[in-house]
Structures are given as structure tokens and as C-alpha cells.
Design a protein around this ligand. Structure first.
Ligand code: PM9
Length: 459
């Protein structure tokens, strides 16, 4: 048997940004000041920031060099054409407009395609995606496979669409009221779980027969392509870049938050193959984002994103990126901590229902756990449970998602293995002391996307 060899990051560190750990008393006070919502903490008060992988990546020297080549012309910036080339080369769509970030693309897409009374099936909701669908008058329907809602299921492709559920919905509401199927790559709210190429192809075939479009949320499609390579039979010899392109070819367009896979701090795009739809998108982008050749982005930011796309599909990059998530997850599994299985692409998701079974869901177990973790070690995580799920737009009741999770999200190329060690050690200690903890009560609730700004008090 050959000896085990560890992987190592395919970069070395050229610039460092100091971070500091406040005292426990200071952290306790900071958490109370933030209303037990990690979104309301000051970044300066955070030691290891695992709130999100969105816009938090470290850019390479190649990307920073590109920033100096920003062409800040109002119209026709050369960086736009670089970005357009990168999207065509790696994602394969014919047309694209830049947007300031992913939700800008979701807004334009929803306005173009959804009419009041329409129905939008998707492989689990995402907060901003669903809200834009609802604001356009649509109703979201979850058609993901049941395994996705079970944190203990080890199905390798928990992002898959359940074709039976999709078919039943379409039969019920009529294909003419389904403007598109919204398919997310590595489903965020399910735990960063991928969709298989075979399932994507089946969705495509079904939709083609019904005249329904397939729109991909490509935000973490590179990570999805990596999982297809390592988990789906028949793909291990293909490059992540090839798989990505083939995967995207099974959709009619995509929305994209460049702040994740594409390794930039800001930016996104909407891509479409259809000429007429693209024309509509180009018309709307000037209303909400900016001219169609910058769409809310500076020239330098478009250059950084074009270069980030190139880097994102490099095999050693993506292997190390997902390898770091796995490293953290393996340690937590070894400590007996309940996490969502299998380990996903961008984050480890702690299962707060099993972590704190004594806390009822409407006393916010995941929100509580995220607050406890910060107080224990200065690690900032994000609630992905009942607070994120919001309220039913018809009844006004809380949505009660099956998954009540805390997300430890890994920014790309930012933290070291030692940071991962501090994180799992803290979570493991909290798990040992889990019995004493009580939940929270919400004392302020904003109307939209409440998880960002809601405030809580300890019970
Ligand atoms: N995701 C995340 O932390 C940013 C803040 S939480 C709303 O996971 C998907 C799958 C996302 C996503 C953002 C967006 C929106 C769309 N789809 O944040 O607007 O994970 O660039 O993208 C966050 P923007």
C-alpha cells in the first residue's frame, strides 16, 4: 500500500491581513450588542470569519494585476469583452450582461420571465432567488429529492431534481404557467449538495418536451462540476472545465453571483442563449444596474472576474478548495458532531436540531448555536434554518424547514488548516456542553430577508 499523501494549497501567501481574538467578555458583549445575529457583528470583532464564501475570497496576484488594467470607459470597456470571452469559453452561453452581484441577475431574469400567477419549480429555495420570483408574482415550488431534506442521508447527489415531483406540478398548473425550472448547482440550503449530470440531462429532456426553459443558478457550478468528476461514474477522466461546460449546455441561461466560484469580491452576470430574451435583459439592465457593458461593475472588477473564472476551473485550485471543506468536516465527524452528510462544496453545515434537541425550532436552535460559537471562539457562522426560511407569503406563519443548520462557510484561499483546527475544536467543545443551552426570542423582524437584520434576546 502506498503511504497516504496530503494535498497542499496550490499557492503561497504574499500579503497578510492581521486578525485578532477579543477576550471572552468582549465577545459576549459584542454578541449581545449584535442582537444574537452574526450578520450584525462588526467584522473587527470577528476572529475567523466563516459567515459566507460570498465576496470573501482572496484574489491572486494575476487578478490584482488585472485590476490595474481596468478600462473605466462608460461604454465598451475592454474588460467587458474579456469577461464576455471568459463566460463564453468556460460556461458556454452565447450572451451575457454583467450585474452588480447575483441578485441583480435574479431580479432581471424574474422580471423578464415570470408573470403574476406563474409557478417556478426549483431544487430547494434560495433566499434571494425565491424572493425575486415572488416579487415578480410567481410561486416557488420545491421539487428537490426527499433525501435533500434529510441531513443524515448520504446520497451523493442530494441536489437532484425529483422528476416525479416536477411532472406532477407541471400537470397540475399547466406548462404554460411554468416559465422555467430553476436549477441550482451545489444546492446551498441543502448543504452545498451537487446535482448529477444525469439528473440535469433528465430535467433538460423533460423540459424540452414541455417547452419549458431550464435556468441554472451557476453560482457554485464549478464546485458542482468537481463533484460530478469525483462522484459520478464515467466522468473521472474529464477535466472540471469540460464538465462545467457540458453541464451548462443543458440549460438555457444562468444567473451568477461571481462572488463565489469566480473568486472576486463583487460582481455577477445573467447569461442567456436566446436572442430575443437577451434583448429584453439588455433593455432592463440599463434600468436597474447600468449600461449593458458594465452592469453595475467597474472595469477593473470585470477584469478580476474574467481572470477569476479562468483560475476557478483549474484542477489543483478546486481540489484544494473542496479538500479544505472536507478537512474541517472529517474532524467534526470524528468528534461525533452532527453535520449534514455527505460533506458539501462550500461549507460544513452543523445540524442544530440534533445539536440542541432541547430547543424547539421556534426558539431558533441554529441562531443560538451560531451565537454560542462566536462567544466561544470568535468564529462567525451563519444561521440557515427557520430564520433564513422566512414566513409563508400567504399565511404569514414561519416557514418551518426540515433543515435547521449552522453554516461554517469557507472563503476561498483565505484561511489555513490551523484556522480549521481552532474551528472544529470550538464546535466539539460546544457539543460536549450542549445540554445547558437555551434558545432565543426574536425581538425585531424586518419585512424582507429577515435573517440579515433580525434581532434576538436570550430566553
Ligand atoms: N449567497 C451566501 O452567503 C450571500 C448572502 S446570503 C443571501 O451563500 C446562490 C446559490 C447564492 C447567493 C448568495 C445568491 C445571491 C444566489 N444564489 O449574494 O446577490 O448562494 O451575489 O448572490 C450568499 P449575491
Amino acid at each position: 500500500m502506498p503511504r497516504h499523501r496530503s494535498w497542499a494549497e496550490p499557492f503561497r501567501i504574499k500579503v497578510v491581513e492581521p486578525i485578532h481574538l477579543l477576550s471572552r467578555a468582549e465577545r459576549t458583549e459584542a454578541m449581545a450588542r449584535a442582537g444574537y445575529n452574526t450578520f450584525l457583528l462588526r467584522s473587527d470583532d470577528v476572529f475567523i470569519d466563516l459567515l459566507t464564501d460570498s465576496g470573501t475570497s482572496a484574489m491572486s496576484d494575476y487578478q490584482w494585476a488585472g485590476m490595474m488594467l481596468g478600462d473605466e470607459a462608460y461604454a465598451g470597456s475592454r474588460n467587458f469583452y474579456h469577461l464576455e470571452d471568459a463566460v463564453r469559453t468556460h460556461y458556454g452561453y452565447r450572451h451575457m450582461v454583467p450585474t452588480h452581484q447575483g441578485r441583480g441577475a435574479e431580479h432581471i431574469l424574474s422580471q423578464i420571465l415570470i408573470k403574476p400567477g406563474d409557478h417556478v419549480p426549483g431544487n430547494m429555495y434560495f433566499t434571494t432567488t425565491r424572493l425575486h420570483q415572488e416579487l415578480a408574482g410567481g410561486t416557488f415550488h420545491d421539487v428537490i429529492i426527499d433525501e435533500a431534506h434529510d441531513p443524515t442521508s448520504t446520497h451523493p447527489f442530494k441536489g437532484n431534481v425529483d422528476l416525479g415531483k416536477l411532472e406532477r406540478l407541471v400537470d397540475e398548473v399547466g406548462a404554460e404557467h411554468v416559465p422555467y425550472v430553476s436549477v441550482a448547482a451545489t444546492v446551498n440550503m441543502a448543504g452545498g449538495q451537487p446535482i448529477s449530470m444525469a439528473n440535469m440531462r433528465a430535467v433538460r429532456e423533460y423540459c424540452r418536451g414541455k417547452g419549458i426553459r431550464v435556468i441554472l443558478d451557476a453560482t457554485r457550478a464549478v464546485e458542482n462540476a468537481y463533484f460530478i468528476k469525483v462522484r459520478e461514474p464515467g466522468w473521472s477522466d474529464r477535466s472540471v472545465a469540460e464538465i462545467l461546460k457540458e453541464f451548462c449546455s443543458l440549460s438555457d441561461g444562468c444567473t451568477m453571483s461571481g462572488k463565489k466560484d469566480a473568486l472576486v469580491n463583487i460582481g455577477g452576470w445573467l447569461a442567456l442563449n436566446d436572442d430575443d430574451l437577451f434583448d429584453e435583459a439588455r433593455n432592463l439592465v440599463v434600468v436597474y444596474e447600468g449600461l449593458h457593458t458594465y452592469g453595475g461593475m467597474a472595469g477593473r472588477d470585470m477584469e478580476a472576474m474574467a481572470r477569476g473564472i479562468e483560475e476557478s476551473v483549474q484542477e489543483d485550485h478546486i481540489r484544494a478548495r473542496i479538500g479544505q471543506v472536507e478537512y474541517l468536516g472529517r474532524h467534526l465527524i470524528d468528534e461525533g458532531v452532527p453535520i449534514v452528510l455527505p460533506i458539501g462544496g462550500h461549507a460544513i453545515f452543523l445540524d442544530a436540531k440534533r445539536f440542541y434537541p432541547q430547543i424547539p425550532q421556534d426558539e431558533f436552535p441554529a441562531q443560538t448555536l451560531a451565537a454560542e460559537l462566536y462567544v466561544d471562539s470568535g468564529v462567525r457562522a451563519m444561521e440557515r434554518g427557520i430564520v433564513s426560511a422566512g414566513r409563508n407569503s400567504t399565511t404569514g406563519d414561519h416557514n418551518y424547514p426540515k433543515l435547521e443548520l449552522v453554516r461554517l462557510t469557507l472563503p476561498r484561499r483565505v484561511y489555513t488548516q490551523a484556522h480549521m483546527d481552532v474551528t472544529w475544536e470550538s464546535v466539539a467543545e460546544l457539543y460536549e456542553k450542549r445540554d445547558q443551552v437555551r434558545g432565543l426570542r426574536m425581538v425585531y423582524e424586518p419585512k424582507y430577508l429577515r435573517f440579515f437584520q433580525a434581532r434576538f434576546e436570550r430566553l
